[in-house]
Write a protein that binds this ligand. Sequence first.
Ligand code: MSP
Length: 497
Amino acid sequence: MTTPIYYVTAEPHLGHAYTTIVGDALTRWHRLLGDDVRFVTGTDEHGLKVQQAAEAANASPREFVDGVAAKYVDAWAGLNIANSDFIRTTEPRHRDAVLELLQRCYDAGDIELDFYRGKYCVRCEEYYTDDELLPGDLCPIHKLVVDQVEEENYFFRLSRYEDRLLEWYAAHPGAIVPEFRGNEALGLIRSGLRDFSVSRTSLDWGIRLPWDDRHVAYVWFDALTNYLAAVGFGRDPDEFDQWWPVDYHLIGKDIIRHHCVYWPAMLLSAGVELPKGWAIGGWLLVDGEKMSKTTGNVVQPLDLVQTVGVDGFRYYVLADTPYGQDGDFSYDGLIGRYNADLANNLGNLTSRVTTVVASKCGGLGPAPTADGPLVDAAAAAVAATAAAWDVVAPSRALESTWRLIRETNAFLEANEPWKMEPGASVDAVLGDALEALRIVTILASPALPTTTQTIWERIGLAGAVGDRRIPTDVVWGGYPGGSTVTKGSPLFPRLKV
Ligand code: MSP
């Protein structure tokens, strides 16, 4: 599983956190399924944009990239991201992989010297044709005037790969989710492929071509190779065989062309297997605009974490926007969802169950019944949650889990165990509610790793919730009666809107 590697020209913001949290939750879900997951993220540190940013900051490129890369490492630790590796394109292992991939494509005859004259957006690190630009030679993404570039470049002969790419995608339906994003990728291929530049001469900060040291590798060729470098390409064949091909490249919709067109063509040329899958997310917009330094609408994850907690923030980004679509971030939306889903639903269920076990069951959680009214609801929640994660639809997965939370709360309200006398009837109700909560806790753990562990312990269960296995541990009947249940302070205190 991979995320894009983030440009060190920007500090980590909500948009970067979004893809990274989806990757983390998907990783945790697959670990519940018993899959051995290697989850890689990192930073994209070469290229003109970085060189210019370092100059502007009065630092050497090296000092500059070290400083910003450390901020990404810290940000992900702060959001409880369980990445297995953090790859930086300035590392020797990355350089080895880039040299190997370049050489293989060159030897295959797919890289040739040519002359380029045209428009370049440094912020995108991308070449544009006139018909792609907005009036006044403005980049369509950054709305800034592009540079006129004229130089000798090596080109990757992408135009040769049109048929092979279309054939490959036809033979691998569903490789890109969601489907409508896959159609966008196919549309790009069908609209005709232009060769793309793989080197620049007007740049120092990068990796020199193995066969011509006047040229530095174009930053996208360099960056994409991180996915191979992180699993030992060009260094450790055993490691590489173990982990490649990748199951999921998680990316944003703005980099479909690079990941779903350039990248598979580069791999075909080099004789490397293609990825098994891509999961493409939309953007989280702020006031309808993509967050960026240029537009000045950057939202820092840390500010939000202070308000709703790490799990509250993770839950919001996973639940609020169907993956693939654009979402609109708003502070009111964040607080509203936190109050409704976490404080009122999950928080309330936990607090009711633990309180009533204390007052009516002597603090020991009763065993569930075998055929209570929640049995089917729990099985349905498990199936729907799993089906949603299977197509990388975290918002749908959480919705399915939350349906079980609401049904369990409704079951408690219908039975009002807090009004019953201690005895078999109250035990039956609480046993079923505890069992539903136990299953919910496992299903929600990829999104809420810390708070689900707290619930797990409060209902008297041992070990780490993240070490459970699906489906074995979510079969109805797993809650062992007689466990010590403890009340605690509210997990998700209500916030004022
Ligand atoms: N360095 C390249 C990726 C190279 S991968 C081989 C790059 N970096 S980026 O930092 O600009 O963007 C990385 C990812 O963050 C992209 O997938 C982009 O879609 C995502 N996001 C950046 N801002 C975003 C939002 N506001 N919302 C959601 N994701 C967005 O491109």
